[in-house]
Design a protein around this ligand. Structure first.
Ligand code: FIX
Ligand code: ZN
Length: 417
């Protein structure tokens, strides 16, 4: 190799590369602009993000129902007042709103919410999407697409011209989480399913997966499951995974993405903000990876306590790809810890982050904050390599960072772009 990066320049070079490398955001709740109002963006959506709703209810003394009955602008006003005016916005989700506004060159010093609203009102979803993606350095966004969503399903059925920056992922939670109920919904839309999981029902679920995978051109099939998920097991969820999901994924060469550890509706009065976390028994995942080497599993876990064990599992099973710092783990302290754990145990064979953005503008802060931490951790790693006498080149570091920001995910999925 000609000339390496001088030791004094390593940190700066690595951070610069991390700041510039485009990202494939592999899990979000954002939509192709063709979905119209399903794509959320703007100041009121930022302020009413369910992360902030949960935080604001720490201070609100109004009844839950009063909050939910109010128009969105009123909800946003209340949250702004409690979290940004009555006290300083130091939580990660609050800081995120400020980072976003700041990167959009909006003046947050005046704390003038009506003025901020007026600025957002001048934009359209299409131009604003490009602006946010450019500011975030995100080149592609994977959506979460549910055929069970009554607003989303008709858009797919009618058809639309796809924005090629947006990829689809087939979300199947209702099938696995509540088969008895979902069998009726499927029957209502033409699949011959019954609450008792017989061979006919399995065949029909597979037909349903097939139809929707093709319609969406889905890149993977996804579910999030509670901490008590077990496999193999004598229940509908395990049987459906074994007999429908895994064969479907094998036939189409698609990964099965599992997000493990969410306790749904710990406080239902908080609605979307009411979910909690619990430690998963990763024996179930070990059993899946071991029994189905022909299947690929994309996995993130919600509990901090599961993170080390997940990395060790990924060392044992090459059909397991670890991704993202999900939800309650998406705070600087834990991102830092998880990124170190993963790089130290798995090298570059991980996707350290996804945004999980529900509001388009959030990709700006989520990626800004994550890039800072990933950049810092990587800078230390490369400095350690340099200190051991290893010569570093800019192009090799660029190659590595590209892997972390989507390349390794592509390789794992067997996708070329
Ligand atoms: O299951 C999921 O995909 C979760 O990310 C969501 O359900 C959750 O509400 C969320 O937005 C977390 O960031
Ligand atoms: Zn999500």
């Amino acid at each position: 190799m000609k000339s390496g990066i001088p030791p004094a320049k390593v940190s700066e070079t690595v951070r610069d590369i991390v700041a510039r490398t485009p990202i494939r955001d592999i899990h979000t709740h954002l939509y192709d602009p063709a979905f119209g109002p399903l794509l959320l963006w703007g100041i009121d959506e930022l302020l009413t993000y369910h992360y902030l709703v949960a935080e604001a209810f720490r201070y609100f003394d109004m009844p839950y129902e009063k909050f939910w009955a109010a128009p969105k602008t009123q909800q946003a006003d209340w949250i702004w007042d409690q979290l940004f005016i009555q006290r300083s916005p130091i939580s990660e989700s609050c800081r995120g709103v400020l980072t976003t506004l700041n990167r959009l060159a909006l003046d947050v010093r005046k704390r003038d919410l009506p003025k901020l609203r007026a600025w957002f009102a001048k934009h359209t979803a299409a131009d604003y999407t490009t602006r946010c993606m450019e500011l975030a350095g995100v080149e592609s966004i994977c959506m979460t697409n549910s055929p069970f969503d009554d607003l989303e399903r008709p858009v797919w059925k009618k058809g639309f011209t796809r924005d090629d920056r947006f990829e689809a992922a087939l979300r199947i939670d209702p099938v696995l989480v509540d088969w008895k109920k979902t069998s009726k919904s499927l029957a209502a839309i033409g699949y011959k399913t019954s609450p008792t999981l017989n061979a006919k029902s399995i065949a029909e679920v597979r037909r349903f997966f097939e139809d929707w995978t093709k319609r969406m051109n889905a890149r993977y099939v996804m579910v999030s499951l509670t901490p008590d998920f077990d496999f193999p097991a004598d229940h509908d969820c395990a049987r459906l995974i074994e007999q429908a999901v895994l064969p479907h994924c094998r036939d189409h060469g698609l990964p099965f993405a599992l997000m493990l550890g969410v306790k749904r509706q710990v406080n239902p009065a908080l609605r979307l903000a009411g979910d909690g976390v619990g430690r998963s028994d990763l024996q179930a995942l070990q059993n899946l990876c071991a029994a189905y080497p022909e299947n690929k599993f994309l996995v993130t876990v919600l509990s901090r306590e599961n993170q080390h064990e997940l990395c060790v599992l990924a060392r044992k099973f090459r059909n397991l790809h670890v991704f993202g710092c999900w939800w309650f783990t998406n705070i600087p302290q834990v991102i830092d810890e998880m990124t170190r754990l993963r790089l130290e145990l798995l090298g570059l064979s991980v996707t350290p982050q996804h945004s999980d953005a529900r509001v388009l503008d959030q990709i700006i802060y989520k990626w800004d904050h994550s890039r800072q931490i990933i950049g810092q951790v990587l800078a230390e790693k490369y400095e350690q390599l340099a200190a051991s006498g290893w010569q570093l080149s800019r192009s090799e570091i660029e190659r590595d960072v590209k892997s972390l920001f989507g390349g390794e995910f592509n390789r794992f999925c067997g996708q070329c772009s």
